[in-house]
Design a protein around this ligand. Structure first.
Ligand code: DX5
Ligand code: ZN
Length: 215
């Protein structure tokens, strides 16, 4: 059974209370939070006042995806908010090893995210320090985009690297996940699936989360 991490980005922000309750009452394992700064990605999502207002109401561990430059400046604040996983982009970190150590020192779990064009082979010398790798299966910045097919082969290559090294590092996939792409990703070796539009734009989000959970 895959870990399911619904993305709040596709929720109804005028009804956040209702949507947090929906997540709390579902089989979702985590809640995925997309933080965008308008610099690393061409979009801005939500900031600390919004996160602080709902973090205490969310019963699920927070899976924070930082699509921002200089993520080191904000790691302590996200950890203080109770972030369970902190995902930083490979492409945004010049000193990735230092950033990963920083995340771990806060007590949060460290995850590195790869854009669609970034090969998994670049993780060879850091993967042993990572709790999770997040593969982007769309270009980051927006929900509701089409799944990039190459992610299936990329997931297999990452699975092979993790197994070859005897590691427990989780593989999470983000973007364009539905029952069809989700099934193929799980077969390829994914442990966790992020789903935004597929969950929140469905007629029955709780049932849709259950369907993903049963993949
Ligand atoms: C995109 C975000 C995703 C997004 C996924 O930049 O990282 O988490 O919410 O949305 P869907 O599942 O609709 O592709
Ligand atoms: Zn995301």
């Amino acid at each position: 059974m895959p870990i399911i991490s619904p993305s709040l980005l596709s929720a109804d922000f005028a009804n956040l209370n209702r949507d947090i309750e929906l997540i709390n009452n579902s089989q979702a394992d985590w809640l995925h939070l997309d933080i965008m700064d308008g610099v690393f990605v061409p979009n801005i999502s939500f900031g600390f006042p919004v996160i602080e207002s709902f973090a205490s109401k969310c019963a699920k561990p927070l899976d924070v995806h930082l699509m921002i430059v200089n993520p080191d400046n904000y790691i302590d604040r996200f950890a203080a908010l109770g972030a369970h996983y902190i995902n930083v982009h490979y492409e945004a970190c010049t000193h990735l090893h230092r950033t990963v150590q920083h995340i771990r020192q806060t007590g949060a779990k460290a995850a590195v995210t790869l854009n669609p064009h970034t090969p998994v082979s670049l993780l060879e010398d850091i993967i042993g320090e990572l709790d999770m790798v997040l593969l982007m299966s769309v270009n980051p910045g927006f929900g509701g985009q089409k799944f990039i097919e190459n992610t299936i082969e990329k997931t297999k290559r990452l699975r092979e690297m993790i197994d070859r090294k005897g590691l427990e590092t989780l593989i999470e996939i983000d973007g364009g996940v539905n029952l069809e792409t989700g099934r193929r990703l799980v077969e390829a070796g994914a442990d966790a699936l992020v789903a935004g539009n597929f969950v929140f734009k469905s007629a029955d989000p709780i049932g849709t989360i259950a369907d993903l959970k049963n993949l």
